[in-house]
Write a protein that binds this ligand. Structure first.
Ligand SMILES: [Zn+2]
Length: 297
């Protein structure tokens, strides 16, 4: 089994990546003092930056194929120094056909999780090479939106949908390009709370990063995994659960969610699967001298 694939009972998980993004820790966690990073210096680059994978996960469960998140897409300006746009190439390299995806499930409606929901006219082949004109946050693409996953229904939490489709957030170019057409084209499934996507995969509300932020619980044959989404971004947060990034809309709520979620994952000895941790993002929580950390599989 290649290292980008793992199993949880009868569920197969394939890790996919749309590239990476880089942040200064002081920018990403503005309330955290530089000294607090001392125990976690190995998690940073030699220059002291955080590198985040743009991970998405393909699940095979009970004959259905699910894709959790669709990456950043091709973005030129929104996030600092992005290296992205690789998802479709990565899928092809791993032998996954776009039209086999039955369900696209979105953890939340931030730009780096919805970027390949749609392709635009003339973009299809070129986009797979990562070479087309940008379709990210700053540029409105031309032509017609085609669902990248033509046979899929796209599942979005209702609380996120309500917040992101109003006011200034609605006007963001990536919303127009990658999110609003879901409703216009009738392929949107809004959900709330805990919903079974298959008998083995259930949505798990983990609010705070965004109001409707959702993790995914996989349970099969006595084994468990949680795809955490952005309930946690950095490995240091396995111990420092109170570290809430600037991007969390409600930092107090997200800190409580993170603490409870990690306690649950540790108690259940579940796999912790993270798209922003180093690829492929499969690991477990462990302890060393009372410090909890995430250990890659
Ligand atoms: Zn994210």
């Amino acid at each position: 089994m290649p290292d980008y694939t793992t199993t949880v009972g009868n569920v197969e998980i394939v890790a996919l990546s749309d590239g990476r993004i880089r942040f200064a820790p002081s920018d990403f966690f503005p309330t955290i003092a530089e000294e607090a990073w001392t125990p976690y210096r190995d998690d940073l680059t030699p220059e002291g930056d955080m590198i985040m994978n743009l991970g998405c996960f393909l699940l095979r469960s009970e004959g259905k194929t699910l894709l959790i998140d669709t990456g950043l897409g091709i973005d030129t300006g929104h996030l600092e120094a992005p290296v992205s746009g690789a998802l479709l190439d990565d899928m092809r390299a791993k032998g996954i056909k776009r039209d086999e995806v039955d369900i696209v499930a979105i953890t939340h409606l931030h730009i780096d999780h919805v970027g390949w929901n749609f392709l635009y006219d003339g973009e299809d082949e070129g986009a797979q090479q990562g070479k087309t004109a940008p379709t990210g946050s700053e540029v409105v693409p031309n032509g017609e939106a085609h669902p990248t996953f033509a046979n899929a229904r796209y599942w979005v939490n209702n609380a996120d949908w309500r917040v992101f489709t109003r006011g200034a957030l609605r006007k963001r170019a990536y919303m127009g390009a990658q999110v609003l057409p879901l409703q216009e084209q009738g392929i949107l499934e809004l959900f709330e709370g805990e919903r079974a996507l298959t008998g083995e995969v259930t949505t798990l509300p983990t609010p705070g990063h965004t109001p409707g932020h959702t993790s995914f619980l996989i349970a099969s044959q006595g084994e468990r995994a949680v795809i955490t989404g952005d309930a946690i971004h950095a490995r240091a947060q396995a111990q420092e659960t109170h570290w809430s990034p600037r991007a969390d809309s409600k930092p107090d709520v997200s800190a409580e969610t993170r603490r409870n979620l990690l306690e649950r994952i540790e108690r259940d000895n579940a796999m912790l699967v993270s798209g922003h941790f180093p690829s492929p993002g499969f690991g477990r929580l462990a302890r060393l001298e009372d410090r909890r950390y995430w250990q890659a599989l």
